[in-house]
Design a protein around this ligand. Structure first.
Ligand SMILES: Cc1ncc(COP(=O)(O)O)c(C=O)c1O
Length: 217
């Protein structure tokens, strides 16, 4: 299972959702530790149900320091600081702490979703039903004269970096914006972002209203 972000969300928010080793055919799971695991980028986990599920020709026996040790790595030499940081977070927060963090992020995602929906300028490409990861995906309505490009550009002035890209698809490819909730992004920040989205839209609307009509589109 390529669990990526969800692998660090589902165990805490949806413990009854069976996607993991409870399913007999799941042999290995990869999880991104750096996304919702609260550790800086470059840590991820690859778990095998049984040691035998890891092909032995991928494991090197290394004579190193004080004896022979088996080594399996995607690349060989790398710092271990993120591993210790992850271990620290796991020990410190535990299931209870991570669940609290994830619940807070979902509250922020739900609040941002509701706030954006209330502005009536956006199509929301996610809903508040479970299971979900704390991410809000939205696009400007098709009839909107404002583009995602101009909105995100103006939002930068307010200090927000909002990624935007076209959704894959042959016919309709809305340019979506994506807000990933991370720890520290609570209700206060949600309201600040909404406030700045409104201000940016007003700014662009005003520019468009005064533009020479032929240049508008
Ligand atoms: C489904 C999926 N698998 C794997 C990855 C790669 O994860 P990582 O950044 O932890 O290497 C991603 C990254 O976004 C992903 O979305």
């Amino acid at each position: 299972v390529d669990a990526a972000s969800g692998g660090f969300v589902a165990p805490f928010l949806y413990p009854d959702l069976e996607w993991d080793f409870r399913l007999p055919r799941v042999k290995s799971i990869n999880v991104s530790g750096h996304k919702y695991g609260l550790v800086y980028a470059s840590i991820g986990w690859l778990l095998f149900r049984e040691a035998e599920d890891l092909p032995s020709d991928l494991v090197y026996e290394v004579d190193y320091l004080s004896g022979t040790t088996p080594s399996f790595g995607i690349n060989f030499s790398r710092g271990s600081h993120t591993i210790f940081a992850q271990l620290y977070q796991l020990l410190r927060l535990g299931t209870e702490g991570y669940t609290e963090v994830m619940e807070g992020l979902q509250r922020s995602a739900a609040s941002l979703t509701d706030g954006l929906r209330g502005l009536q300028r956006f199509d929301i490409h996610c809903d508040n039903s479970d299971p979900k990861v704390p991410v809000v995906v939205f696009s400007l309505r098709e009839e909107s004269p404002v583009t995602a490009n101009s909105l995100t550009k103006v939002l930068r002035k307010y200090g927000w970096t909002l990624p935007h890209y076209p959704m894959p698809g042959k016919v309709i490819r809305p340019v979506v914006m994506r807000a990933v909730m991370r720890i520290g992004f609570g209700e206060k920040e949600v309201q600040e972002l909404l406030r700045d989205v409104v201000a940016s839209l007003e700014e662009i609307d005003a520019d468009l209203a005064t533009a020479v009509p032929a240049l508008v589109r």
